[in-house]
Design a protein around this ligand. Structure first.
Ligand SMILES: [Zn+2]
Length: 100
């Protein structure tokens, strides 16, 4: 996997999905798998922790059915980061896709 390039895409998937509803590790691993990114929990969890440390996500342990899960929600800082990234992606999209 081209992790040097894809690491930003993965973070944007995480931010985007967290902006729609609270996410949890294994759920996001499945979601990323559907896009062809195969991440182990050992790779994903440090990413989630880092995104929480920098203030894009906040997490809380919650009972979901019979399981206790750590759910991650987007913060106002995360919403802003996602918004800014969306502008950058539009620019990149224009160059990479539309100018081809
Ligand atoms: Zn996604």
């Amino acid at each position: 996997m081209n992790s040097e390039i894809y690491s930003g895409f993965i973070r944007l998937h995480i931010l985007y999905h967290a902006s729609k509803e609270p996410i949890f590790g294994l759920g996001i691993i499945e979601e990323l798998k559907s896009h062809g990114y195969n991440l182990s929990p050992g790779t994903l969890y440090p990413i989630l922790h880092k995104m929480e440390d920098v203030g894009y996500l906040k997490s809380e342990k919650k009972q979901v059915g019979k399981k206790i899960r750590r759910l991650y929600e987007i913060t106002p800082g995360g919403v802003e980061a996602l918004h800014d990234a969306r502008m950058k992606i539009k620019e990149l999209f224009r160059e990479l896709i539309e100018e081809e």
